[in-house]
Write a protein that binds this ligand. Sequence first.
Ligand SMILES: Nc1ncnc2c1ncn2[C@@H]1O[C@H](COP(=O)(O)OP(=O)(O)O)[C@@H](O)[C@H]1O
Ligand SMILES: [Mg+2]
Length: 266
Amino acid sequence: MSQEHVSSSPPIKIGEKILLAENIKKSFGGLVALDGVTVGIRKGEITIIIGPNGSGKTTLLNVVSGFLKCDLGRVLYKGNDITNMPPHKINELGLVRTFQIPQPFSNLTVLENLLVASRESKGLKVLNAMKKSKWIEYEERDVERATQILNIVNLGKVADQPASKLSGGQLKLLEIGRALMNGADTVLMDEPAAGVAPSLAHEIFSLLRRLAREKEMTFLIIEHRLEIAMGYVDYAYAMAKGRVVAQGKPEEVVNSPIVIETYLGG
Ligand SMILES: Nc1ncnc2c1ncn2[C@@H]1O[C@H](COP(=O)(O)OP(=O)(O)O)[C@@H](O)[C@H]1O
Ligand SMILES: [Mg+2]
């Protein structure tokens, strides 16, 4: 899944910080959503952000991925200053927020949904042609790659079914597959296990862990379902009211008095 990214900096090694958001501030009118947030993400790890509703988690993902401009602070990715860069430019460096890839088309097959997510094969061109109902011939190379990825995300059996037949959990697997097809090596996900049956939620997190360990991919995940996620993640941040209130090993963060208090009191 490796690919050349436009960057003059030396490659980041496993365990080194690949992504750093420093002192991020973001207000909506008078509401301070992020009040000086600093988080660092290490390559090849799964980092989780927890925190009660309204604590600023989604806003942080939006700032990091370029969907929202911050008021203050900076975001560094692979040594590049990506603060307030447009999302597609950030994507070119290898970082993707899953929803930013063209949304799954329920009338397309699972395989086709991967093909349109490809950045290398000009997925968007393919999409535009589809909207005009033109016949498109996919490159054999892309079909091969997509088929391999579907096997990795356990959707090989349903490759030729329309995406509309997939369960909620299978759609999350499809999102991960599309991120792989896109060529991203760093993936931001907002609540991948939300509304997914426990067994499939475990499958999703095992998959993320395998991709992190075997393919050196990096994940930044927001997740409420701690009982499922905690066994799989390497590092945790807890947020409350626009600030980081705890960070460290997942068990320690979850059991820290301030986190227990914010969840019970918040
Ligand atoms: N586009 C927006 N406009 C105005 N307020 C927003 C917007 N997005 C988020 N907020 C507010 O910012 C705060 C943080 O929201 P959010 O980042 O979505 O929290 P979380 O994801 O932790 O639940 C909340 O008070 C929310 O209402
Ligand atoms: Mg949110």
